[in-house]
Design a protein around this ligand. Structure first.
Ligand code: F0G
Length: 457
C-alpha cells in the first residue's frame, strides 16, 4: 500500500531540540493547544481542517464566485451535498460547531434531552449551552478500549428505547455521530442506523447524523458489514444519510477542506428556523459564513473523499500506525478507528489517577520526546460537569489524529516509534493538576502544572 497521490507542493517542517520543546511546553502551561505550531514537528492534534487539498480543489477556488447572494459556487456546493445526502435543504456554515448551534438552537429548549452514541466536545457544549441535557448511549463495548467489535460506535438500542419510554416528552432529538470520535473514531453499522430510524419513528422523534466522518464510516461498512462489499462508498453513504432526517457536518474532516460545514435536512419548517438563526450570526443562506472559494473546495472535497483508492489508503494507513504501536505492546483502542489511533493512557500509566490526567501526561511526554503534538480525550476534556463538579471521564485516551493526505508513511513510522519509546518509560511519567480553567470546553485553554514524579496522591 502506498499514498494514492503525488505531492505537488511541499512545506518544510521544523525540527527542535528537547530543550526547546521543554521551554515551549512550559510557556504553553503544559497545554498543547497553547503551543505555537512552529514548535511542533509532526502535528496530530486534530484531523480537522489540517489536511492537504487537491489540485482540483485549488483550481475550483480560483474559479469561485464571491457574490453575496445566489453565487454560482453555492449552487455547485448545494448540488454536490444534495446528490450525496438526498436532503432538500442545504445550509452552509463556517464550521461544524456553527452547524450544531444553528440546528440545536432551532430544536432544543431548556430542559430538553438530546440522545447520541457519544456527543463530541463542542456538540455536548452546544447542547448544554441551551440548557438541555446531552446523554450518551453508546454500546458498552464502545467504552472498553481493549474489546474488539466491528461497530463500536453503535447506539445501545435497548438504552435508547428505555430513554424514550422514560423521558419521552423531554427528548427532542437523537443524533448519531459517524464515526464516533470520542469513542475512538469507531463506526456505526447500517443495521444500527436502521434500528435507530425505526425507534425514532415509533416515538415520533427527529433523527440526525453528526456526519463529519461519513466517508470513513461508509468504508468500514463496506469492509465489515455483510452485503456491502460490492457497493461503492458513495452508495453506502447515501443510504446512511437516507436513514436520517438530516445531518450536521464539519467539512473540515471528510469535506477535505480547511474550513466549512453545513446543516442539511428535509423538514421545511425546521429549515426555515435554521436559516433565521443562520442569518443572525453566520451570514446569508447562500454562503453561511464561508467565502465562495470555500464552498468550491468543499464541493470538490466531498466528491474526492468517497473515492475507493483514497479511502482504502486512508483507513489502511491508520491501521498500519495502530499495528506498529500495538504490536510493541502499547495498549490502544481496538480495532483502530478511521481518523486516529487512540492510546489507552490509563493502561499505559496505571499509577496516574484519572483526575491527574494520564492522557495529558502521556501526550506531553510524547511532545517532549519527539515534537509530536496530540490531544487528550479524557478527564481534561470531559471531566467538568455542567454543575461545576469534576468527575472522571469513562476513558483516558491520547488521540493521534492523522490529517488527510498530509504526512507520508515514513513520518507515521517516526510517530509510531516515538509512542513506543514513551510507553517504555511509562513509570517515569507523572500526572498533572489544573491550575486555571474555564468551566466550558476547558481543555482548549486550561493551564496545567506537572506533579512530581511518583506523586500518587
Ligand atoms: N462533531 C464531531 C464528531 C467532531 O469531531 C467535531 C470536531 C465537530 C462536530 C465540530 O466541528 O470543529 O468544524 O466546529 N472535531 C475536531 C476534532 C475539532 O479535533 O476532532 P468543527
Amino acid at each position: 500500500m502506498f499514498e494514492p497521490f503525488r505531492i505537488k507542493a511541499v512545506e518544510p517542517i521544523r525540527f527542535t531540540t528537547r530543550a526547546e520543546r521543554e521551554k515551549a511546553l512550559a510557556e504553553a502551561k503544559y497545554n498543547q493547544f497553547l503551543l505555537r505550531a512552529d514548535d511542533v514537528t509532526i502535528d496530530l492534534l486534530t484531523d480537522s481542517g489540517t489536511g492537504a487539498m487537491s489540485a482540483a480543489q485549488w483550481a475550483g477556488m480560483m474559479n469561485a464566485d464571491e457574490s453575496y447572494a445566489g453565487g454560482r459556487s453555492f449552487y455547485r456546493f448545494r448540488d454536490v451535498v444534495q446528490d450525496l445526502t438526498g436532503y432538500k435543504h442545504v445550509i452552509p456554515t463556517h464550521q461544524g460547531r456553527a452547524a450544531e448551534r444553528v440546528l440545536f438552537g432551532s430544536i432544543l429548549q431548556p430542559g430538553d434531552v438530546c440522545l447520541s452514541n457519544i456527543h463530541f466536545d463542542t456538540t455536548r457544549a452546544n447542547v448544554e449551552a441551551l440548557g438541555a441535557e446531552a446523554r450518551d448511549l453508546v454500546i458498552p463495548e464502545g467504552r472498553r478500549p481493549e474489546v474488539v467489535h466491528p461497530f463500536k460506535g453503535n447506539v445501545d438500542l435497548a438504552a435508547l428505547e428505555t430513554a424514550l419510554i422514560e423521558d419521552r416528552d423531554r427528548i427532542a432529538l437523537v443524533i448519531v455521530t459517524v464515526t464516533n470520535n470520542s469513542g475512538g473514531g469507531q463506526p456505526v453499522s447500517l443495521e444500527n442506523l436502521r434500528s435507530v430510524r425505526a425507534i425514532c419513528d415509533a416515538f415520533g422523534k427527529p433523527f440526525f447524523l453528526d456526519a463529519c466522518r461519513f466517508a470513513e464510516n461508509a468504508w468500514f461498512i463496506k469492509d465489515r458489514e455483510a452485503g456491502n462489499a460490492r457497493r461503492t462508498p458513495k452508495e453506502i453513504a447515501q443510504e446512511m444519510f437516507g436513514l436520517a432526517d438530516g445531518c450536521i457536518v464539519s467539512a473540515k474532516k471528510d469535506g477535505l477542506a480547511n474550513i466549512g460545514g453545513f446543516v442539511a435536512l428535509n423538514d421545511d419548517a425546521l429549515a426555515e428556523k435554521c436559516r433565521n438563526v443562520l442569518i443572525l450570526s453566520e451570514g446569508f443562506p447562500t454562503y453561511g459564513g464561508l467565502a465562495g472559494y470555500d464552498l468550491e473546495a468543499i464541493a470538490q472535497g466531498l466528491i474526492e473523499v468517497v473515492d475507493e483508492q483514497y479511502l482504502r489508503h486512508r483507513i489502511g494507513s491508520i491501521a498500519e500506525l495502530a499495528q506498529r504501536i500495538s504490536s510493541a505492546g502499547v495498549p490502544i483502542v481496538q480495532p483502530p478507528g478511521g481518523h486516529a489511533v487512540y492510546v489507552d493512557a490509563s493502561s499505559v500509566l496505571p499509577h496516574v489517577r484519572s483526575l491527574q490526567y494520564p492522557g495529558v501526561a502521556f501526550a506531553n511526554e510524547l511532545y517532549l520526546h519527539a515534537g509530536v503534538r496530540t490531544s487528550e480525550i479524557g478527564s481534561a476534556m470531559f471531566g467538568m460537569r455542567p454543575d461545576g463538579r469534576e468527575a472522571a471521564a469513562s476513558m483516558e485516551l491520547v488521540r493521534l489524529a492523522v490529517p488527510r493526505r498530509l504526512y507520508t508513511s515514513a513520518q507515521m513510522d517516526y510517530v509510531g516509534d516515538a509512542v513506543i519509546e514513551v510507553a517504555r518509560r511509562a513509570s517515569e511519567i507523572a500526572g498533572y493538576r489544573i491550575v486555571r480553567a474555564p468551566r466550558v470546553l476547558r481543555h482548549f485553554t486550561a493551564e496545567f502544572e506537572p506533579l512530581g514524579v511518583g506523586a500518587r496522591v
